[in-house]
Design a protein around this ligand. Structure first.
Ligand SMILES: [Zn+2]
Ligand SMILES: [Zn+2]
Length: 79
C-alpha cells in the first residue's frame, strides 16, 4: 500500500484534540466523541494537529451545535 505523503490527522470536534491517523484512534479518548477525518463542509483532509478551522473552506471544525451550552472556557477573565 503506497504511503500517503501527507500526514493526516483526526480531530475531536468537542475538545479539539488531534491524533495522527496512523494511531488508529476513531473516537476521542478524552470524551468519546467520534473524531473528524475530514472537513464536514468540503471534505478536505485535516493536515495539521492544530487545525481548528478547515484550511480549504474556513469551516469551524469544532462542534457548533450548543447541545451542552457554551463552554465555560470561552468566558473572559481567565487569569
Ligand atoms: Zn475530545
Ligand atoms: Zn472545508
Amino acid at each position: 500500500m503506497p504511503e500517503d505523503p501527507r500526514v493526516a490527522y483526526r480531530l475531536c470536534p468537542r475538545c479539539l484534540r488531534a491524533v495522527p491517523v496512523q494511531s488508529g484512534e476513531r473516537y476521542c479518548v478524552n470524551d468519546g466523541t467520534r473524531l473528524l477525518e475530514h472537513c464536514p463542509a468540503c471534505g478536505a483532509g485535516i493536515t495539521s494537529p492544530y487545525s481548528r478551522y478547515c484550511a480549504g473552506c474556513g469551516q469551524a471544525l469544532a462542534a457548533q451545535d450548543g447541545k451542552e451550552g457554551p463552554s465555560p472556557r470561552l468566558q473572559r477573565g481567565e487569569t
